[in-house]
Design a protein around this ligand. Structure first.
Ligand SMILES: Cc1cc2nc3c(=O)[nH]c(=O)nc-3n(C[C@H](O)[C@H](O)[C@H](O)COP(=O)(O)O)c2cc1C
Ligand SMILES: Nc1ncnc2c1ncn2[C@@H]1O[C@H](COP(=O)(O)OP(=O)(O)O)[C@@H](O)[C@H]1O
Length: 314
């Protein structure tokens, strides 16, 4: 998959393309339907398939206080889209200046003049251009004017529920990872770098890799989760504590992962954790012995949960 960013967008691309437009945070089940249709149409018409997205999240620029936590970092979107067979990922830097572009000139300049778009695929709630004045109806009119097709999808439902990024975010916030799988189509995954902590994990007998997150992710409900960690492309069973470690009178957010049946140095490695199921809430223990006994129990629960895990890849 070819990545096209800012300056490269403003060139004349000669190969025609059918493009899905949106921020696509999470690339959840609904997004996948839109993107799969884009790839299908492109193959049928023998043109390139593309996803046109923005970075960072528009609200991060326009109203930072209202910006939601992210479900996917750009690097994750990139990998998922490549796996889906998308030919081009176009990432437009979202700036205040760009946000002031009239929706007609966005279409005329970016889609028609530079990208030679033959078709556009969007969800019914897609809004674009200055003050979000452009919508699906406007896109259809512009399609007729410039000669590209416009496919508009109603919001996709699963089990009668509309799948939206907000729904996914709320399930993460509530720690409902198993329910989330239905709507996201894969486990919630966070990318980060392993940094040094207080060195207490080894003393407890359970070393924990401390994750410094790559982006402002949606932070799951504080607690202990069974899941996996991916290191150098290899997947290990793991148990994660997400919270503030009240036992040690700490208050900053920490994401700590103990990897089952593993020893090795992970400092400075970029790793990915997949959260499969919440085991319990984080709590304060009266003694280290009690915490250690509970961690042992958490590990037993983790093994049991992962032995029944439908996402386990053998
Ligand atoms: C499975 C697991 C569960 C944990 N649960 C809690 C908890 O409920 N409350 C708490 O204060 N610390 C808990 N911890 C401890 C901290 O997350 C952390 O491992 C410990 O403070 C060591 O920190 P360090 O890596 O910075 O040395 C848990 C650790 C693990 C591995
Ligand atoms: N099974 C394991 N799970 C997690 N980290 C491990 C494991 N074995 C070794 N390590 C290493 O130990 C480090 C964590 O040890 P710990 O005593 O908790 O120190 P810190 O407080 O710096 O995180 C990890 O960052 C990793 O490099």
């Amino acid at each position: 998959m070819q990545l096209i960013t800012d300056e490269e967008i403003m060139k004349n691309h000669d190969k025609p393309m059918i493009v899905a437009l949106g921020f696509f945070d999470g690339i959840h089940y609904g997004h996948r339907v839109i993107i799969e249709e884009t790839v299908r149409q492109a193959r049928e018409s023998n043109v390139l398939s593309g996803v046109f997205t923005f970075h960072p999240h528009p609200l991060k620029v326009l109203a930072p206080k209202r910006a939601p936590g992210l479900i996917t970092a750009l690097s994750q979107k990139r990998r998922i889209l490549a796996e889906m067979g998308v030919d081009r990922l176009i990432v437009k830097a979202f700036t205040k200046e760009f946000a002031a572009t009239d929706f007609r000139s966005f279409v005329q300049t970016y889609l028609v003049q530079y990208l030679k778009v033959k078709g556009v695929v969007v969800g019914e709630d897609f809004r674009f251009g200055k003050e979000s004045k452009g919508d699906a109806t406007a896109m259809k009119e512009l399609g007729e004017k410039y000669g590209f097709t416009v496919t508009v999808f109603d919001t996709i439902r699963v089990n009668g529920v509309e799948v939206r990024s907000t729904l996914i975010r709320n399930l993460i916030l509530k720690g409902q990872m198993d329910k989330l799988l239905t709507y996201l189509g894969r486990p919630y995954t966070l990318v980060g770098k392993v940094v040094r902590g207080d060195g207490r994990g080894h003393q407890l007998g359970f070393p924990t890799a401390n994750l410094s997150l790559a982006v402002d992710y949606v932070i799951p409900d504080y607690g202990v989760y069974a899941g996996y960690i991916i290191v150098h492309g290899k997947r290990y069973q793991a148990v994660a504590n997400i919270g503030v470690r009240p036992t040690f009178a700490k208050s900053d957010l920490s994401i700590e992962i103990h990897i089952l049946d593993y020893s090795g140095n992970l400092y400075d490695e970029i790793v990915e954790i997949e959260l499969i199921k919440k085991i319990r809430s984080e709590r304060s223990f009266d003694s280290i012995d009690e915490l250690v006994a509970q961690i042992k129990d958490d590990i037993v629960s983790t093994r049991q949960i992962l032995s029944n895990d439908i996402t386990a890849k053998s």
